[in-house]
Design a protein around this ligand. Structure first.
Ligand code: SF4
Length: 157
C-alpha cells in the first residue's frame, strides 16, 4: 500500500515537473533555436514545471532534433540509455521523423526511430516553441499514465 502511494506521488511529480535533456543529432540548428525560447522568459517552460537539464542522467524526457548521422548515431543511443526509466522521447521537427532535406545523403542514417523509440513527433521545419512545449506536456502525461514506449517495453520484460 505504501509503495503504491509512493509510486503515485512520484508519477504526479514527474508530470508536474518533467526534466528535459536536449540532443542535436545533426540538425541545421533551426529546431534548436526554437527549443531555446521554450526555456526563456517569453515561453517560460518552468511555468509548467519543465526544466532543462545538463545531464541525461537527470532527465525524464529526451528532445531530439535533426536527422541521425553516421557521426551521431552511437552518441544518440548512448544518451538514450543513460536516461533512467521511465523516460519519453520527443522528436522535434521533420528531420528526426523522416530525414527531411537531408534524406539521401550518404552521411545520414535515417530517422530517429531507427535508433531509439520515439513517443511523440512535433512536425515543422522548424516547429514553433508553443508546439514544442505542448509536446513536452503531453510526454509528461504519457509518463504519468505509463504510456511511453520505454514503459511498455519495461512492463513486457
Ligand atoms: S526540421 Fe528543418 S529547421 Fe529543424 S533541423 Fe531539420 S532542416 Fe533544420
Amino acid at each position: 500500500m505504501k509503495k503504491n502511494l509512493f509510486s503515485k506521488l512520484i508519477s504526479v511529480s514527474r508530470r508536474r515537473s518533467p526534466w528535459v535533456y536536449r540532443v542535436n543529432a545533426g540538425s541545421c540548428n533551426g529546431c534548436d533555436i526554437e527549443v531555446a525560447p521554450c526555456f526563456s522568459p517569453r515561453y517560460d517552460g518552468e511555468q509548467v514545471g519543465a526544466l532543462l537539464q545538463g545531464s541525461p542522467k537527470h532527465a525524464d524526457i529526451l528532445l531530439i532534433s535533426g536527422p541521425i548521422t553516421l557521426r551521431t548515431k552511437a552518441m544518440v543511443k548512448d544518451i538514450y540509455e543513460q536516461i533512467p526509466s521511465p523516460k519519453a522521447v520527443v522528436a522535434i521537427g521533420s528531420c528526426p521523423a523522416s530525414g527531411n532535406v537531408f534524406s539521401g545523403s550518404p552521411t545520414i542514417v535515417g530517422s530517429a526511430e531507427a535508433i531509439i523509440p520515439v513517443d511523440l513527433y512535433v512536425p515543422g521545419c522548424p516547429p514553433r516553441p508553443q508546439e514544442i512545449l505542448d509536446a513536452i506536456q503531453k510526454a509528461a502525461i504519457m509518463l504519468e499514465n505509463g504510456e511511453t514506449r520505454s514503459q511498455k517495453e519495461d512492463s513486457n520484460d
